[in-house]
Design a protein around this ligand. Structure first.
Ligand SMILES: [Zn+2]
Length: 227
């Protein structure tokens, strides 16, 4: 085993996903310098952040925040996580979301809920990147993850290209809860990789709000590419 580990580390040295430098003890897939340099949104410090402002008229939304701007290095990491088969990177980035979220006390929630992928997409990718972020968060916070209740009913095309009206129509019935009563009175934190138009998360909120009662919702995404 030791020999195998030695050969493995010799043939496949652990290098930083961003700068390519050899990692040292205590670093996990991204070096500490690159983690520190990722562009923070500072939304965690702002109660008037643009994400929360979008939901100001929805009293069941408790908090909404994103850790990073979707700039060059963030985009590179998200692409590695989603498209280049590096699921473990989700744990690294989820841990970062946890550590900085914990400093702002945002995890007083009952459940972490990754935005579900349609089963066909999960099959082709092999994993749900938002679940990998949840696992990284949960490792620090101990919060339970729910993957069975909220399900995606359609494998719809990207919502980015749709008009506002079409997006509104598209969000109806995109997700549903299999056991809505289980979430009555609970505080759910929806976790996703990138907030772009917000259409996907709004479809989740729509399903949860329609099917449950007294359910509070928080939103936390790794990155914000808001439009
Ligand atoms: Zn680096």
């Amino acid at each position: 085993m030791v020999l195998f580990d030695f050969i493995d580390s010799y043939l496949f040295p652990s290098v930083c996903h961003v700068c390519g430098r050899q990692l040292v003890a205590g670093e996990d897939r991204v070096c500490l310098h690159c983690l520190d340099a990722l562009p923070r949104t500072d939304f965690l410090n702002r109660s008037d952040n643009p994400l929360l402002q979008r939901y100001s008229r929805q009293p069941n939304i408790v908090s909404a925040t994103a850790l990073l701007h979707y700039g060059n290095d963030t985009r590179l990491l998200v692409h590695d996580l989603k498209y280049h088969n590096f699921p473990q990177l989700g744990n690294t980035l989820g841990t970062l979301m946890a550590d900085e979220g914990l400093q702002h006390g945002i995890f007083s929630v009952d459940l972490l809920v990754p935005v579900p992928l349609h089963w066909l997409r999960r099959l082709s990718r092999g994993y749900n990147q938002s679940l990998k972020l949840c696992e990284g968060i949960s490792r620090r916070t101990g919060t339970e993850i729910s993957t069975e209740n909220l399900v995606r009913t359609r494998n719809n095309r990207s919502q980015t290209a749709l008009s506002h009206t079409d997006r509104q129509k598209n969000k109806q019935g995109l997700f549903r809860l299999k056991h809505p009563e289980m979430w009555n009175g609970k505080h759910i934190m929806i976790i996703d990789d990138v907030f772009t138009t917000g259409a996907t998360i709004e479809a989740c909120i729509h399903a949860i709000s329609q099917q449950t009662s007294d359910t509070k919702i928080s939103i936390y995404t790794l990155a914000y590419a808001g439009v």
